[in-house]
Design a protein around this ligand. Sequence first.
Ligand code: GCO
Length: 474
Amino acid sequence: AQLKPFPQAFLWGAASAAYQVEGAWNVDGKGPSVWDTFTKIPGTTFEGSNGDVAVDHYHRMEEDVALMAEMGLKAYRFSVSWPRIFPSGRGTPNEAGLAFYERLIDALLARGIEPVLTLYHWDMPQALQDEYGGWESRRIIDDFEHYCVTLYQRFAGKVKYWVSLNEQNYNLTNAYQLGTHPPAVQDRKRFFAANHIAFLANARAIKAFRQHVPHGLIGPSFAYSPAYPASSAPSDMLAFENAEELTNYWWLDAYCLGRYPLAALNWLREQGEAPEILPGDMALLAEGKPDYIGVNYYYTLTFTDNPLGGQGLARINTTGKKGTTPSSGIPGLYKTVPNPHLETSNWDWAIDSTGMRIALRRLASRYALPLMITENGLGEFDQLGEGDQVHDDYRIAYLKSHLHACQQAMQDGVELLGYCAWSFTDILSWLNGYQKRYGFVYVDRDEQGGSLRRIRKESFFWYQQVIKAGHLLD
Ligand code: GCO
């Protein structure tokens, strides 16, 4: 059947995050975040890369927004750096920080680009990490609410779309299970405890949103990697069910249904690793449900059974060398295996556009909420060629197939508000430095003096045409 066109109001967007683009890490009164500290510890990131300068978006904001306008973007998703607003996490806001985001928002609006504002994209104020352990203390719930309300009050009249927590699942998995994000802990009990507190903070922020931004929409962005079973063997099906509950529904059910999935909660209780649930906690979650779900989709994961004594959690691929990601899992429940039907990126991420259609359908059907793709894209080594050309045809193919999957999902009945490609310019990849590029706009870091010159890639002109036409071109 002929696919229906994309809706007129579809938000054709692109995205970024403060730490990955802004730089200016200690400028205009900004306090340090946990990433400013962590990336300076030797061995934590690829070749010691950090976001001190990143792509210097803080100082080149006007130029970047002009490029967005030239491209025809209808939406731009960015995050606010908490320690830019509250250098030590709370107290009186730093006016220079608020003013920067106000200039950005005004520049977007002046060009008809809808701002999509992310409240938290991992850059916890270092002061709060030091004072009480960040997400490990319930004290963060008040501090996060205060920070959010400060932004609501300032920007309620200008910003309609808001993202509460970005990829809580991926960030805290790295922070408290794999030990690869700050504070680099490997402890499953602390992991689930921190997540529970983050759910409470998310719900409280959404409750406050209702008062301050009555006409806005808010939801978390979730890194959704839908689970597949490795085969139709019942043991693989069970492993897949276990993985979907413990790696996905744990977060999504807490956000959207105000409860935890049954078998996963029971298993954690048996391990003595379930979070402490105080009276009132679940009622708060139920009161803080989102208006939509932000979906960050990159790949699917395929699971097989994992007898006790089998493979535990493993580290991730930070080399950009194919086939170097070890299997990871929980003994007794599941472990990942490569999917023989799918190609992968150089970081071993399965390229699976059908998986995106499946993802959107599963979420829309289970939670009955509108969805927004808040991230989707391909991180690769790009080559700056003769005459400033970047032939990223592999990225065009990736984005095209995934946008097609979005269209099919809408045909299936999914309400999809928009699609923010990751990312607009090249960015700092948290652990992979500047070698892993995602942008429509190449940023030259190698040129003499580190010019950080912006260069339009082939994908820039492709997306420009798609947005102009309002549909995918052959
Ligand atoms: C990377 C990651 C990030 C994430 C994003 C999550 O390579 O560092 O892919 O860019 O996608 O920050 O929200």
